[in-house]
Design a binder for this molecule. Structure first.
Ligand SMILES: *Cc1c(COP(=O)(O)O)cnc(C)c1O
Length: 391
């Protein structure tokens, strides 16, 4: 059936490449949304083995899944409500992003109840207008943070922000964000909040904006081997191959309608091949009439409407039979489409294709870290596969 084969050696290669690009800054592997669809625990294990020292996720639930798997590396979670069960974060030794005084106060109460300080990363909004405190709200957030730190209720582990368009180094919004971030850092220092990690860079910024690297970088899509800057290649290796199996073939004549509608009518005698992957598995309906897959090392078109559970290929006169392997996308080095091509056909980004791969698709792991990812042993060699921070 349909399987996402994840090459954990590719993840390790990408992390090593990102570490070199980070030039001394630490690497936080962003494994939100189930590791961009690849499996967060497995990717985290491989990333830590290759020298990443932090993990980044959105929700507390995602962070706790990593802890439950035995991962002890520092984890930052950045989306939670002020009323989330913040005790859980403290007990699980999670770092939380804080953009508002209300969250700080709620964390301080949790810290008081538990008798241990909450580790926070104060987030400045430098122009993205999502998370983070605006320049107007930042001084008050710092004042309250300094007070709670003095009371032993929080530790300020980081000061951070996020870029709106690091993919385009000529975007005039970029220098504006860098200047705003400079002000936010200076104000944090003036408030007496020194000694924390400063972080700003996502994948594109790690690879092409040295001025955005600071102490820690937060690559996401590049960890999975997708090139983040349009038109540039940094040597990343795609980690996922999405493959399936032909379950039925049939010879049909001209005029035969294919799939619902039918939106597609066969022009000449041909072989149709049925593949059990549909939009519930992450094949977007929008790719109808555009998408191709590889079978027998050749590209063939997906024809007709994409159904919930299946697609139909027009394989012409290729001797395709039930049981044959079909590659929807992969690294691209055997002629198969890449996830970037699928993103083009679906008029979206590769992130949406990868995170849209459904729960019915089995994840299978290859490479030296496969099967080891949830080990809690301390690695005895720096590159040993274990979900621990390398010493
Ligand atoms: C998703 C995310 C990242 C990773 O971004 P990429 O562009 O995939 O590298 C980094 N930081 C934050 C805050 C994010 O939400």
């Amino acid at each position: 059936m349909t399987t996402a084969v994840v090459d954990l050696d590719a993840v390790r290669h990408n992390i090593r490449l990102l570490r070199r690009a980070a030039a001394g800054a630490r690497v936080m592997a962003v494994v939100k949304a189930n590791g961009f669809g690849h499996g967060s625990v497995e990717v985290a294990g491989a990333a830590l083995a290759a020298g990443a020292s932090w993990l980044g996720v959105t929700s507390l639930a995602e962070a706790i899944e990593l802890r439950t798997a035995g991962i002890r590396a520092p984890i930052l979670a950045w989306l939670h409500t002020p009323d989330d069960v913040l005790e859980t974060a403290l007990v699980s030794d999670l770092d939380l992003s804080v953009s508002a005084v209300r969250t700080l106060e709620s964390l301080a109460r949790a810290a008081g109840r538990l008798g241990r300080p909450a580790a926070v990363h104060l987030k400045a909004d430098t122009g993205l207008s999502r998370g983070g405190a605006t320049a107007g709200d930042w001084p008050h957030l710092l004042t309250v943070a300094a007070k709670l730190r003095a009371a032993g209720l929080i530790t300020v582990r980081g000061v951070w922000s996020h870029l709106a368009n690091a993919e385009d180094p000529d975007d005039p919004g970029l220098p504006r964000q860098l200047i705003a971030f400079g002000h936010a850092r200076a104000e944090a220092a003036a408030a007496g909040l020194a000694g924390h990690l400063v972080h700003l860079a996502n994948s594109a910024a790690v690879l092409q904006l040295p001025q955005a690297r600071f102490d820690l970088v937060r690559p996401g899509i590049a960890v999975y081997g997708v090139e983040p800057v349009p038109g540039r290649s940094f040597g990343l290796r795609p980690a996922m191959t999405l493959e399936s199996t032909v379950i039925l073939t049939k010879r049909v004549g001209p005029g035969t309608g294919v799939s619902y509608g039918p939106d597609h009518v066969v022009a000449r005698e041909t072989t149709l091949a049925l593949v059990p992957a549909g939009y519930a598995d992450g094949v977007p309906r929008r790719v109808a009439g555009r998408a191709e897959v590889a079978v027998h090392g050749r590209r063939v078109p997906v024809v007709g409407r994409i159904a919930m559970d299946q697609i139909v290929l027009d394989v012409g006169d290729l001797p395709v039979r039930a049981g044959d392997r079909v590659v929807l996308f992969g690294p691209g080095d055997r002629g198969e489409p890449t996830v970037a091509e699928w993103a083009g056909w679906a008029e979206t980004n590769p992130h949406e294709i990868l995170t849209g791969i459904g729960p019915r698709v089995r994840r299978s792991y290859r490479g030296r870290c496969a099967g080891n990812a949830i080990s809690t042993r301390s690695p005895s060699r720096p590159d040993e596969c274990a979900a621990m921070t390398p010493s």
